[in-house]
Design a binder for this molecule. Structure first.
Ligand code: PMT
Length: 311
């Protein structure tokens, strides 16, 4: 019998550029097969309503968690595959997103000719980020691949898992992307822009939980960390624990929509504990991902030491 996830892949064609991404992945893993490698997924997936897509269902994720975490994993010496939604935040460039970038610059006019300079108060901050970025580029330790739709994400995720599998316990999967739970199958989607002559009836189907084949078949020996997002505090921990019991991966980072930047709960088989930023840490610009990543890196080292056994 064909499982739900196999059915999804059978009915949603491979992205045209998947082969190119697979060759980048193969090359990246070959270059880093002696170190720890993390896959960070980031941003939300779109669910198109039409094949010639004018409209789509989307979600709130800005890619902050993923892009910030990717930088901290690099700090800990990991090679990072950053699988992100196009036009969401990316490591390093995130520091210059939006109009804050323009505030970092000044104009200087000499002999009637304007030139652009960095405002003195930002010089240190920009040079620190730039130095790190250039070093990471030189070392080739960051591979960025992007997706927009749910189907593109799921195809790329599967290919990345295949590439990571030989690393066994040295691979972390840090699944921070906000993946849609609902979609319209390709064969039920309107080809052209849905007419607005009357209210449309749109039937969404459930997306198969991809954690299931990922943990049991694609990367059974890797250190898999999923995320759980809720808006009802009463459900958060029980849902995170249900996911662990069902998919049998290593741990869940549980977070609430409105407090996700200052509070998460790390949920493992045996216990759960919070990681929080105090008011003063938030005011000082500290990022909760620094603590999350440091915690996971310690656990990952222990996991490698115990040859990948989930205790
Ligand atoms: O990007 P930001 O704005 O910084 O926000 C960060 C975040 C809130 C998006 C992030 O911290 C987070 O919680 N990401 C996971 C959100 C989510 O999809 O939660 P979920 O409860 O719907 O899914 C739980 C897990 O199941 C996820 O790790 C997901 O990878 C996985 N999943 C989801 C759908 C699906 N069809 N198959 C899956 O395996």
């Amino acid at each position: 019998m064909v499982s739900n996830w196999e059915d999804f892949y059978a009915k949603n064609p491979r992205p045209a550029d998947l082969e190119q991404s697979e060759s980048l992945l193969k090359d990246f893993i070959r270059r880093h097969d002696d170190r720890k490698v993390v896959l960070v997924t980031s941003g939300g997936t779109t669910v198109p309503l039409e094949h010639n897509t004018v409209r789509f269902v989307d979600n709130f994720s800005a890619g902050t968690r993923g892009s910030v975490s990717a930088e901290y994993f690099l700090d800990h010496g990991y090679a990072v595959i950053f699988l992100h939604r196009l036009k969401t935040l990316e490591p390093f460039s995130r520091h210059f997103a939006g109009h804050s970038f323009l505030n970092m610059l000044d104009l200087k006019t000499e002999n009637g000719k304007p030139s652009v300079i960095v405002s003195p108060e930002y010089t240190e901050q920009i040079s620190q980020v730039l130095c790190k970025y250039k070093e990471i580029l030189k070392q080739g330790k960051l591979l960025q691949l992007n997706f927009t739709t749910l189907a593109e994400y799921l195809w790329l995720l599967r290919s990345t898992c295949k590439a990571l599998a030989p690393l066994k316990s040295r691979a972390i999967l840090y699944l921070a992307a906000a993946v849609s739970d609902f979609y319209i199958p390709s064969n039920e989607m309107s080809v052209h822009k849905i007419s607005s002559s009357g209210p449309p009836t749109i039937a969404l189907h459930l997306v198969p939980k991809i954690l299931e084949p990922l943990v049991s078949l694609w990367v059974p020996e890797a250190f898999v960390v999923s995320f759980k997002l809720e808006t009802d505090e009463n459900l958060l921990i029980s849902k995170a624990r249900d996911a662990l019991n069902k998919y049998k991966h290593y741990l869940v980072v549980a977070n609430m929509l409105h407090t996700r930047k200052e509070h998460v709960v790390i949920v493992s088989r045996d216990d759960n504990y919070p990681i929080s930023l105090s008011k003063s840490q938030i005011a000082a610009g500290e990022e909760i991902e620094q603590q999350i990543v440091a915690d996971l890196v310690k656990k990952h080292d222990a996991f490698i030491g115990s040859a990948g056994k989930v205790t």
